[in-house]
Design a protein. Structure first.
Lengths: 148, 501
């Protein structure tokens, strides 16, 4: 994706977000005598966001052709999205799984999945995941006294 | 009992070791380290307990840079100011050299901060008393402005990141009416978004996602492995750099000290302004569109040096209002005041007359921490960091992912924080792909509440009279400094773009 397209897309999203914040903040109560209350700061931020989004939109519009974005000009990678999505799902499930499976198995699975999705040998990934998790657990609970 | 006894030295060493471990682990902070130390401090003589706290916080704040080097996760909002440069420096020249600059810069900054503390604690405290909500508002604006120009790329994108951070800071109870904002009925959001959790997601988890997305698992460090020369690379080369740039170090440490003694986020603002100033000078003459590599190779060292010397100078100066006025400069000094009261010591101007032994023990500890502990523990943590960055990246990232989840959970033992961390990671992944800087989001989250609170207090005090923000001498000085920063920052960028065209 070119940087021009990225900037245009980002600008549109920022403008929509800014306007959403502006209107949502309008539902907040006011101080007495029509003085601004809790909505003041969010609305100032929303106004600046919308203006900055518009500026980015104009800049993106004027940009000729456009270089490559941070994504390196590559198309969105489906396997990459799948790998990232899997880890996002696993990390999000951590609070639920930890209650049922316990700390070490849950974090070991997450750690193992990251290493194996990044093409580490399975036995090395398993060893690192289990060893690393036990080490983290020991440091937090025994040495630092932070409960997990 | 004095600090120069075997018990005193042992307290300093153990405190430093404890601080090093806490600072280096993502999610664990100097504040948490000190908070967990309270039960032990209760049983110790104050001449041992307080120096131990100093050594914990000094070393933990330096060790926060280890996270930047190894996992691209800054330990404190202040170290987020030079995160990209420090990580880049470590990749190019190795972690020993990168952490050497950080430790030596911190040590020199710490010494300068301590000297100022010794000679002007009461004078500076009197100055701090002149700071009202108007001045605090302007100093937060100054810090935010510095953040915009500290971004290597487009100032517009830096500004947008900052606004997003400021928006995150508005989540939770508002300071005027106590009305819950953007909580969507979720009680976990009433207290706002924790910026440490956000930092873990923004920097650590997004890094894991970035590599999973690209499928790349190259090692972080491309620098040659250090053997016998590592002492030279940790001590000698950074010290030579400091000698060559003595004015830069002095200026940054002064900035850290003078902004750092202000209660609130003084240390963070100091580090941001110092490294931003250096980045602006480094980016002079370089077009905004050619910022992919951000700061020049030789300038990276100087940006890190500026940020790190300011960062640790502020550690000492945060104690100024605590000792002289009994006002906490930050969370660590708030805990220290608790220890004072627990031991029956009353902080304030009389402390310097009634407890001279304790005061000099504190001064000596600050100096010892800077001159001995930081260089020694710094070297060992740097050697350890060098080993860690040699680990294949796929394995290192698997441990970083685990640390992100555990670190986010451990802060409040709240599962909701894990979801916030994951959401921040995904958001940061998208921001990075759009070329938006991340550190500015953290800066907005840290300074947003300070700016809003002081703005609202000032506005209510002055009955919403806008002119009141511009008619106090100190406020005017801060406002003019902010305007100068904006004008100079824009001129440097626009001038550079025009040259290229």
């Amino acid at each position: 994706m070119s940087s021009r397209t990225t900037n245009l897309m980002a600008a549109v999203l920022i403008i929509i977000f800014g306007m959403a914040v502006w209107f949502y903040a309008g539902t907040f109560p006011q101080l007495g005598n029509r003085q601004p209350g809790p909505a003041l700061f969010p609305r100032i931020i929303a106004a600046f966001l919308t203006l900055a989004g518009l500026t980015l939109l104009i800049q993106g519009w004027r940009e000729k052709g456009g270089g490559e974005g941070k994504g390196g000009g590559s198309k969105p990678s489906s396997p990459g999205l799948l790998r990232a999505g899997l880890i996002i799902a696993l990390a999000s499930l951590y609070p639920l799984l930890q209650d049922r499976l316990g700390f070490v198995p849950t974090v070991s699975v997450l750690s193992f999945m990251v290493a194996s999705l990044l093409r580490a040998r399975l036995w090395v990934a398993a060893l690192t995941a289990i060893g690393g998790t036990i080490f983290i657990n020991l440091i937090f609970t025994r040495f630092l006294g932070v409960p997990l | 009992m004095g600090i120069l006894t075997w018990q005193g030295i042992l307290a300093l060493i153990l405190g430093g070791l404890y601080g090093a471990v806490f600072g280096a682990i993502p999610g664990l902070t100097a504040t948490l380290a000190v908070a967990l130390f309270i039960p032990i401090a209760f049983f110790l003589d104050p001449v041992l307990a307080l120096p131990a706290i100093i050594s914990i916080s000094s070393v933990a704040i330096f060790a926060g840079d280890v996270g930047s080097v190894v996992a691209r996760i800054p330990g404190t909002p202040a170290s987020a100011a030079y995160l990209e440069e420090l990580h880049d420096l470590s990749r190019r020249k190795g972690p020993i050299y990168a952490l050497g600059i950080s430790a030596m810069g911190s040590a020199v900054g710490g010494v300068i901060g301590t000297i100022i503390l010794i000679f002007s604690a009461t004078g500076l405290a009197a100055l701090a008393k002149n700071f009202s909500s108007f001045e605090y508002f302007w100093i937060a604006v100054l810090g935010l402005t510095a953040g915009v120009f500290a971004s290597g790329g487009s100032p517009l994108k830096g500004f947008i990141s900052l606004l997003i951070g400021l928006f995150f800071a508005t989540v939770g109870i508002d300071p005027t009416l106590g009305y819950p904002r953007f909580d969507f009925g979720n009680i976990n959001l009433l207290g706002g978004l924790n910026y440490i959790v956000a930092m873990i997601g923004l920097f650590g988890f997004s890094e894991v996602l970035e590599h999973l997305y690209s499928g790349s698992a190259r090692r972080y460090s491309t620098a040659p492995r250090a053997h016998a020369a590592s002492l030279g690379r940790f001590y000698l080369r950074p010290l030579l750099l400091i000698l060559k740039n003595y004015w830069l170090v002095f200026r940054s440490a002064l900035l850290g000290t003078f902004v750092g003694f202000l209660p609130g986020a003084g240390a963070d603002i100091g580090a941001w302004v110092a490294s931003s100033l250096q980045k602006m000078l480094a980016l002079r003459g370089r077009p905004a569109r050619a910022k992919a590599s951000a700061v020049e190779d030789t300038e990276i060292d100087r940006v890190v040096l500026a940020g790190t010397s300011s960062n640790n100078a502020a550690v000492a100066s945060a104690w100024i209002p605590a000792l002289s006025l009994g006002l906490p400069g930050d969370t660590v000094t708030a805990i220290v005041l608790g220890v004072f009261l627990m031991k029956g010591i009353t902080p304030g101007p009389l402390l310097f007359q009634n407890e001279t032994g304790l005061v000099w023990a504190l001064y000596s500890t600050f100096l010892l921490s800077s001159v001995v502990l930081l260089p020694v523990f710094g070297y060992f943590t740097a050697r350890l960091a060098e080993l860690v960055v040699r680990v294949p990246l796929n394995l290192l990232l698997s441990v970083i992912a685990a640390l992100c989840v555990v670190g986010a959970f451990a802060i409040n033992n709240n599962p909701f924080d894990v979801w916030v961390m994951v959401a921040m990671g995904v958001f940061a992944f998208l921001l990075k792909r759009g070329g938006f800087p991340l550190a500015q989001v953290v800066l907005g989250m840290v300074l947003g509440p300070i700016m809003e609170q002081n703005f609202v207090v000032s506005a209510i005090k002055s009955r919403w009279n806008a002119a009141s923000f511009f008619n106090r001498p100190l406020a005017i000085v801060l406002m003019i400094t902010t305007v100068i920063l904006i004008v100079v920052g824009l001129r440097l960028r626009i001038g550079a773009d025009a040259e290229v065209e």
